[in-house]
Write a protein that binds this ligand. Structure first.
Ligand code: SF4
Length: 153
């Protein structure tokens, strides 16, 4: 939201209000780790920051045959859960295929709601542009494929 970007003081005040509400509600509902760049709707509502390796693009190669985590063998892999849950969501099912840039740790402990409205979670360090570009290309390719599927029906 452009107006917020032009008013940093207003953004700070909004963040002070939003942060505790987001933290409490999402910790209870999703065991949120407040990364400040939420992608829950693209991960089957399974928080990727609960992965001990902070994987943001699917499971690592260490998932156990029973679907549990390599690091915590008694816990299910958050990505296995996410992929299963994504199939049951009424919305965003295909979003599980989106490619994400690495975690921007500068946003840790900020409100992802404010990040969303200001767009600050889309501003990446130099060098990440290739990731953003490939994500855009993937989204376009996916949209075209979905369009072709629909036309074929
Ligand atoms: S992706 Fe980030 S903001 Fe979203 S639930 Fe997980 S830690 Fe919280």
């Amino acid at each position: 939201m452009k107006i917020l970007n032009e008013k940093p003081t207003a953004t700070k005040i909004l963040e002070r209000v939003a942060l505790p509400v987001e933290k409490i509600s999402k910790e209870v509902l999703f065991d949120c780790r407040m990364c400040g760049q939420c992608i829950l709707h693209e991960t089957g509502l399974s928080c990727p920051m609960r992965c001990p390796k902070n994987e943001r693009n699917g499971p690592c190669g260490g998932v156990r045959p029973n679907g549990n985590c390599e690091v915590f063998p008694d816990k299910p892999c958050v990505w296995v859960l996410g992929i299963e849950r994504a199939q049951r969501l009424p919305l965003w099912r295909e979003h599980i295929n989106h490619l994400h840039p690495p975690v921007d740790w500068r946003l840790q402990n900020t409100s992802s709601w404010i990040s969303l409205v200001t767009g600050r979670d889309s501003i990446h360090p130099k060098g990440w542009d290739a990731v953003s570009a490939s994500r855009t290309r993937m989204s376009h390719a996916q949209s075209e494929a979905e369009g072709a599927d629909k036309r074929g029906k």
